[in-house]
Each structure stands twice: as C-alpha cells, then as structure tokens.
Design a protein around this ligand. Structure first.
Ligand code: MF3
Ligand code: CO
Length: 264
C-alpha cells in the first residue's frame, strides 16, 4: 500500500531532510585522503543524536552502521570501517535520519583528488539521471516514466543501471511502497499522486549492470570491478511536480572550502 502524506507530514519529512543535508555538509568538510570511513560514520552518529534524531540505517535488517560508504566498485551498502580514503577514489555517502517519526534518505558521490575523465563523466551522468528522473515526478505520470528517464539517459553514455536495488517510498518507514526502479517503461507502473513521497536513487555502473553481494551480506560490488556512482534525493509529489525535500546545498557549500574533493 502506498501511504499518502498530509502537508503536515511532508513538512516533517522536509525537516528530517534538512538536518540530513546539514550532516552531508559536515561530512563533506572532513572527507579527504587519509580519513577512515569509520571516522565519518562516528561523526554522523553523533550529529544525528545531537539533533534529536535516530540513524535510520543502523540496525535496519541488522545493518551495522549509520552511513553506507561505497568506494569505487562498491555500488551501495559499503560498511564503514578501517578503510582509508585515498586520492583518486570516488566515495558515495548514503544516510537516513528518523526525526519526529519521519525518515529522510539521500546520498551523494564525491571525487577525491583527481579522477580519470570517464569516472568524472560517470558522476556527472548519474547526478543528471537523478534530476531527469525527478523531472518525471508529477501527478498522473507513472513510476515507469521515472525509470525510463533515468535508464535511457544513462545508456546514451554506455553506462548501465543496477536492477536488483531500487528507489522507494519514504516517510513513516525508511522503505515504503512503491519501489522506484531505475529502469522502466513509459506509461507503466503505479500512477503518481499528490502526497506520495519517494526516494529516487540511480545506481549507475560504468561497465556491466551485474553486481554481487560480498560475504558480509551487505557490500554490493560491480561484477566487473569497474566503478559505480549513486545519488539520491527524497521528493514529494506536489500538484505541479516534484517538491525536493532533501538538499545538496550544504554539500556544495562545503566543497567550496575543501580542496581535496569535488563533484559535478
Ligand atoms: N539509501 C539506501 C536504501 O534506501 C540505504 C539503505 S541501507 C540500510 O536502500 F542499511 F538501511 F539498508
Ligand atoms: Co534509499
């Protein structure tokens, strides 16, 4: 069942997403070569508790951390740990916060230092694919319109979208119906209605769409070892179109003052 939110509920989801945006900004301030991914996770955990929230991912189906940090060929669900970020990595940071009973969810991929041109293109195309998906969000359109817009754009560059994992409804629960695949057929799938809230999250591989899950039960890697990128925003379906509830603004502000990282 798709849970339709009232205007009041949407404001609560927005509040959660603004705190999450600020957290992403704090993480972008300290992301640099030499930092351990568990240090980023610690900052996130403390930040969320300080702001009266709860980490949405921690203990979700047994997930052991606050953040998912996915480096290079890790597509999503990388578990923070001893790994030290290094020059040339691409690093996706994904996080969700439960605040006043409502979840936020967003992710961003950074380039650390210089990355090859094709890797930069992967980041650019994945971020643009997210916004092309969001453009399809309006009452009357269908879930398939979102996935079609994302995949058809990504394919033009020879990249591929992951099929096993999808975006999702978000609100009272981190994962609600409907699933929002990053592929689809125009005019197919559930119809979008005002008051739906969706997390749209293209996961784009430079090479094959195929993935495998590591023995830890979480870490999703590309089958061919080539890099993958991931951007995610939570949005509400409004009369006119998408009301973007998450924000990358704090991230771009932080990047301005951090010479070690960049992003399209
Ligand atoms: N943004 C991801 C998702 O929506 C993160 C979930 S990690 C988990 O699937 F641990 F919570 F599963
Ligand atoms: Co999500």
């Amino acid at each position: 069942m798709i849970i339709i939110k009232s205007d009041e509920e949407i404001e609560l989801i927005r509040k959660s997403n603004i705190i999450l945006g600020q957290l992403h900004g704090q993480l972008a301030k300290i992301l640099k070569p030499g930092i351990k991914t568990k240090e980023l996770d610690k900052l996130a955990y403390d930040f969320i508790l300080d702001h009266g929230g709860k980490p949405s991912f921690l203990k979700y189906r047994g997930y052991p951390a606050t953040l998912c940090i996915s480096v290079n060929d890790v597509v999503i669900h990388g578990i923070p740990g001893e790994y030290e970020v290094k020059e040339g990595d691409i690093v996706s940071i994904d996080c969700g916060i439960e605040l006043n009973g409502y979840h936020s969810d967003s992710a961003f991929t950074y380039a650390v230092g210089e990355v090859p041109g094709d890797v930069w293109t992967l980041l650019k195309v994945t971020k643009e694919a997210l916004f092309r998906g969001i453009e399809q969000v309006k009452p009357g359109n269908r879930i398939g319109d979102i996935g079609y817009a994302i995949e058809s754009y990504v394919k033009k560059f020879g990249f591929s979208v992951v099929r096993e994992m999808t975006g999702h409804g978000v609100g009272r629960y981190l994962h609600e119906e409907p699933a929002v695949p990053n592929y689809g057929i125009r005019g197919y799938g559930k119809r979008l209605k005002k008051g739906m809230t969706l997390a749209i999250e293209p996961m784009v591989n430079m090479g094959t769409h195929k993935i495998y899950i590591e023995k830890d039960g979480w870490t999703v890697r590309t089958a061919d070892g080539k890099p993958a990128a991931h951007y995610e925003l939570s949005v509400a379906v409004d009369e006119k179109g998408a009301d973007i509830l998450s924000t990358f603004d704090y991230i771009y502000e932080a990047i301005k003052h951090n010479d070690s990282i960049s992003a399209p």
